[in-house]
Design a protein around this ligand. Sequence first.
Ligand code: EPU
Length: 346
Amino acid sequence: MKQNSRKQQYKKMRAYHDYSLLKHNTFGIDARCRRFVEYESVEEAQQLVCSLTEEDRPLLLLGAGSNLLLTGDYNGTVLHSGISYIEQLDDERVRCGSGYVWDDFVDFCISHNLYGAENLSIIPGECGASAVQNIGAYGAEAKDLIEDVEAVEIATGKVHHFTNEECQYSYRQSRFKHDWRDKFLITSVTYRLSKTYQPQLDYGNIRAALAQRGIDQPTAVQLRQTIIDIRNAKLPDPKETGNAGSFFMNPIVSRAKYEALAAEYGNMPHYTIDAGHEKIPAGWMIDQCGWKGKALGRAGVYEKQALVLVNLGGATGTEVVRLCETIQRDVKEKFGIEIHPEVNLK
Ligand code: EPU
């Protein structure tokens, strides 16, 4: 009886059976799931998790699907946050529902004279995922802005608030990817911005791109537009070519390993992490292996950025996995470094 009334509440939410995930993954993989449910408030998220039974499992917690490779049909329930609001809490803090589009948040901040998110412009995805993946670009990371993550515990329906420190952020990592994996539905994220504009222009080719436009000291709007242009020039538009951005993480290696490689490859780009570690761009290594612009079946390596794998049209998840594994093997053979997908394989 109790089960029935729970199921009735569950029905009020948007729920579908045998549902195509084609529109829910930017790789453009045409896979299906047994069930798809969207919750639109904290209360709905609580009702939903309390209504789940063993037959609903396994669960896949999905954002915009911009960091996902579906390797086949998903024989379980996909849960998506439709919590989509933004509110300025005070002078410096903005709270977003987990389903709010990340780039709309960046735009909101700049138009409300709140700074710190400019370099993270036009990253695909939703705010909930920013707190899981610690998205980053051009020397900035979501962790530099995140103050509080609100989440519903799947096992109990209890609402938790986690501090930035509790989330244990590091490069493309958080606790939500490790010991908290699949344990929480994120419902909102609170970000702390700055009222003072302090542009970060030193990463990669930002200064060069600004100079080309004759800009020396960009406004936040100009900086955002420049980042958008840089990204658009080298990353494929998922509406035209299926992809999930960087397919691999950039590996962090010991200084000794870096020095041995630098002696062999004088032009190897690198970013210093700390006294003992360097980050090597996986895209550069894949490029050096000759993979840029090449393909295996209908899965390819993007011709302008080797870190991005693309769906050349109708690729299956398995074809992309085959390409991924072949590239991993080649990079390991040439550089002695293991590279790992940053994209979630499901
Ligand atoms: N490179 C090559 N050939 C390539 C690709 C890159 O030689 O085919 C070289 C570049 O010339 C440069 C270096 O590798 O010297 C780094 O390349 P890039 O600046 O394009 O950045 P990345 O390390 O490949 C990372 C992020 C991107 C982010 C950019 C800019 C990761 C996994 N990726 O890429 O994030 O936009 O820096 O900050 O950390 C994403 O996560 O989806 C994403 C696009």
